[in-house]
Structures are given as C-alpha cells and as structure tokens.
Write a protein that binds this ligand. Structure first.
Ligand code: OFO
Length: 170
C-alpha cells in the first residue's frame, strides 16, 4: 500500500516521464526539419523509451493498490538554436529527472517503503545511462564544432540507434 505522499509523487513522475517523451518527440520534429535524420532517429527512440518509463510508474502505482491520476502534459519547446543546443537541453533535462528520481528515493527511505525503494533502483541506474548518453552527444558535437562534415558523421552514427522493447523483467 502506498502512502498518500508516495502516491502523489509517483503520479507526478508519470507526468514528468510523459513530458520527457513529448520533449524528445518535439526534438525529433526539429531535427527532421533540418534534414538530420540520424539525430531525428535518436530522439524518436528516446521518446519511445520515455513512454516505457512512464508506463513503469503507471503500472507500479496500480500494482500497489494506488490510483493513477493523469494530469495535463506541458507543451514542449519547438525550436532550438542548433543541434548542440538541443542536446545540451536534453542533458540538462536528464539531470533534472535524475534529481526527481533521487527525491522519490528519499521519500521511500523516509517512509521505510522498501518495495517502492527497490522499484526505484532501476531508475537510479537508468539515469546514469540517460545522462551519459545525452552528454556523450554533447561532447561529440562540441568536438566537431561548426564543421558540416563532422555534423553529418555524427548524424550517421545516431541513425544506428534502435528501440528495444522491454521484457517483463526489465
Ligand atoms: Fe525517463 O529518463 Fe529520460 O527523461
């Protein structure tokens, strides 16, 4: 059974993960408008992963006898100054999400809610990867600078990312 505070905070995280998906879809549309299909692909895969994250929270709340409350999802930005600027914002966004996950862990510890704490550990690990992935692209883009050839090399690399649907255990 979830406490009122835990249920409210987990519901807020459903919304935050849905917003993440929306943000990355908007970045997908931005990159498509620049004909950077590899960048667009990376963001499309990321948007799908965020939906998986949202559903993990959704299902967990329901499994613990809680009530899922869906709120309005904020509209994301539509334009960025450059591919680097978009990925810098993606990295900042992931750092913010990490902070939110850690706050949820803090609540679970305060409440001695061990089941929620165990559930959240998957997200603690996932956020290390989320930050590493977005920061990795930021670093590459900083290295290539304004060189058109470099941008297209990164585009080819990002085109290789594929979405892997989670198994029941993941
Ligand atoms: Fe759900 O990890 Fe990114 O936002």
């Amino acid at each position: 059974m979830l406490s009122g505070q835990m249920q409210k905070s987990l519901n807020e995280q459903v919304n935050a993960e849905l917003f993440s998906s929306y943000l990355y879809l908007s970045m997908n549309a931005y990159f498509k408008s620049l004909n950077l299909d590899g960048f667009a692909n990376w963001m499309y895969v990321q948007a799908q992963e965020e939906l998986v994250h949202a559903m993990k929270f959704y299902d967990f709340i329901a499994r613990r006898g809680g009530r899922v409350i869906l709120e309005k999802v904020e509209a994301p930005k539509k334009e960025w100054a450059s591919p680097l600027n978009a990925f810098e914002e993606a990295f900042e966004h992931e750092q913010m999400i990490t902070g939110r996950i850690h706050h949820l862990v803090d609540i679970s510890l305060q409440e001695r809610d061990h089941a929620t704490n165990t559930f959240l550990q998957w997200f603690v690990t996932e956020q290390v990867e989320e930050e590493e992935n977005t920061d990795g692209v930021v670093r590459k883009l900083k290295r290539v600078g304004n060189a058109e050839g470099g941008l297209f090399m990164v585009d080819i690399e990002l085109a290789k990312r594929v979405f892997t649907a989670p198994t029941a255990q993941q």
